[in-house]
Write a protein that binds this ligand. Structure first.
Ligand code: ADP
Length: 273
């Protein structure tokens, strides 16, 4: 014989099971929707440059003698641009697939994030100047070394700065800031461009997601940059977040663990602070 209490407990357990199952189904549906969207997007993104390339190649083949030198050159330039874009797209997709299959593991070692930040800002200086954007970096003195794969972290920060430059526009300010927290260094990339609408924020790290579909397709981005940044940060066991107050600031930030002296020796040239 079951008591009222036991029936009550059974009821609670049953309800918990039902809601867990509902969540599971919702996740499955979401994954399925994302998978279908991903395939639709990838088809579109591959098909349009391929169709354009095919058109120009066929014109070159059929009308070769009738084309002027100038036309021929223009067609070849378009073909080249398409091919470069396609090969970048394919290698980024391939890279994401390798992250998914856990075939890429970061080579973690201590390095100076302050030096890396300075190098990256220097690398982007000519581009930011030509866009009339003020690119600055800010960090406290004696920032500790962090643990990470320096090549991957350079890639992540560069992708975020590239986006900040691309989407913020003339006269904007892009700020790469490093902050010391208890056991972490916080890496922040902020810009005061038009920002990302609140309803788009949860999706910007998804593959092929672009806020302004038409404009961004023309601007040539693959829509995979932020997905790669997220994979890199997660491969380091860390999290990335984005905050935006439209009209004021868009801030992407992630953390890196501070190097503990006793764990391992720095392998790179960097002086210890
Ligand atoms: P893309 O190749 O289009 O740059 P990303 O994955 O890097 O792809 O970014 C996804 C989308 O997020 C962009 O298309 C853009 O709409 C939005 N976005 C990213 N960074 C910023 C930023 N700093 N300011 C405004 N929008 C941004």
């Amino acid at each position: 014989i079951t008591s009222r209490d036991e029936i009550g407990e059974l009821g609670v357990a049953f309800n918990n099971m039902a809601s867990a199952f509902e969540t599971y189904l919702r996740d499955l549906e979401r994954n399925d929707r994302m998978r279908r969207e991903f395939i639709a997007n990838i088809s579109h993104d591959l098909r349009s440059p391929l169709a354009s390339t095919r058109g120009y190649v066929e014109t070159l083949m059929i009308k070769d003698e009738k084309l002027s030198q100038k036309e021929r050159k223009k067609f070849l330039q378009i073909i080249h641009k398409n091919v470069v874009h396609l090969s970048e797209l394919v290698s980024e997709l391939f890279e994401l697939a390798k992250f998914d299959a856990k075939q890429i593991e970061p080579a973690i070692e201590p390095f100076s994030i302050a030096e890396l930040a300075q190098d990256i800002v220097l690398k982007f200086q000519p581009q930011s100047e030509s866009l009339n954007i003020n690119l600055i970096s800010r960090f406290p003195k004696n920032l500790p070394l962090v643990m990470g794969d320096i090549g991957m972290i350079e890639r992540a920060i560069s992708n975020l700065i590239q986006n900040a430059l691309k989407f913020s526009g003339k006269g904007a300010t892009v700020n790469l800031e490093l902050l010391k927290a208890e056991n972490h260094v916080i890496v922040k990339i902020a810009d005061n461009g038009p920002g990302i609408p609140v309803e788009d924020l949860p999706y910007v790290f998804e593959r092929f997601y672009r806020v302004d579909k038409s404009r961004n397709r023309k601007s040539g981005g693959s829509g995979l940059g932020l997905a790669i940044v997220k994979k890199i940060v997660e491969a380091h066991g860390q999290k990335i977040s984005v905050k935006c107050n439209p009209g004021s600031e868009t801030v992407f930030s992630f953390t890196l663990p501070v190097w503990k002296k006793d764990l391992s020796q720095p392998r790179n040239k960097i002086k210890q602070t």
